[in-house]
Design a protein around this ligand. Structure first.
Ligand code: E4P
Length: 231
């Protein structure tokens, strides 16, 4: 299972890279805005260089599938490891699969994003998307069972041998990471604060504190014994 960071925060990316746990990064226009990355090109180039050769997903910002293809070409030229995010449908409900097909023909990798149903995800794989992003948190917002959906799509991809990797995004808490992992997600993209909560445990800290304290006590006793023997 691969772990991506869902962020445009370069400091967080550096921190998690240093732990040796990052397989890629995903962004979208809202993440860029939230993380103060107003210049999308500059930010994307910086992150792409930081994480290369791991993939960085950057999203198009238009409703027009032809313009999506044009934007995608520009974005893909920023760095070799950029994957372009194309929404599964635009805000008017028009499917955007033809943009994926066109870009695949040009060797540009696509992450088909904002998928909330089996049908959307299956057709994204059929349209030759490299990644298919299912937004688990938003699936749950709609009252549906996100882990069940992830399990079904992963099984269907396996059954027919589609090479697409399923990314679970829209992760809001540690339990979402566990559920996605157990459902067989190929990739989970996680905001750094959620990843911190996935790792943190008060009792682990207390356990380590106890070990460190006992190690210091043992050292002090050893020093005392050495003095007594020397005396
Ligand atoms: C990831 O690729 C998505 O853009 C992101 O996880 C969406 O998360 P949200 O539903 O919390 O906005």
């Amino acid at each position: 299972m691969e772990l991506f960071l869902d962020t445009a925060d370069r400091n967080e990316i550096r921190r998690w890279l240093a732990y040796g746990l990052v397989d890629g990064v995903t962004t979208n226009p809202s993440i860029m805005l939230r993380d103060g990355a107003l210049d999308a090109e500059r930010t994307a180039r910086e992150i792409a260089a930081l994480i290369a050769p791991r993939p960085l997903s950057v999203e198009v910002t238009t409703n027009d599938p032809d313009e999506m293809v044009r934007q995608a070409r520009v974005m893909a030229a920023w760095a070799e490891n950029i994957v372009v995010k194309i929404p599964v449908i635009n805000e008017y409900g028009e499917p955007c699969y033809r943009a994926v097909r066109a870009l695949d023909g040009e060797g540009i990798r696509v992450n088909m994003t904002a998928c909330l149903s089996f049908g959307q995800a299956a057709l994204a794989a059929k349209a030759a998307a490299t990644y298919v992003s299912i937004f688990a948190g938003r699936v749950a917002d709609e009252g549906h069972d996100a882990p069940a959906l992830v399990r079904e799509v992963v099984e269907w991809l396996r059954l027919w041998g589609y090479p697409a990797k399923l990314i679970v995004g829209s992760v809001r808490g540690p339990i979402d990471i566990k559920e996605a992992a157990l459902a067989g997600a190929h990739v989970i993209t996680v905001p750094p604060p959620v990843l911190d909560r996935f790792v943190e445990h008060r009792y682990s800290r207390e356990t380590v504190r106890g070990f460190n304290e006992d190690a210091r006590t043992a050292l002090a006793r050893m020093e005392q014994l050495k003095k007594e023997v020397a005396a």
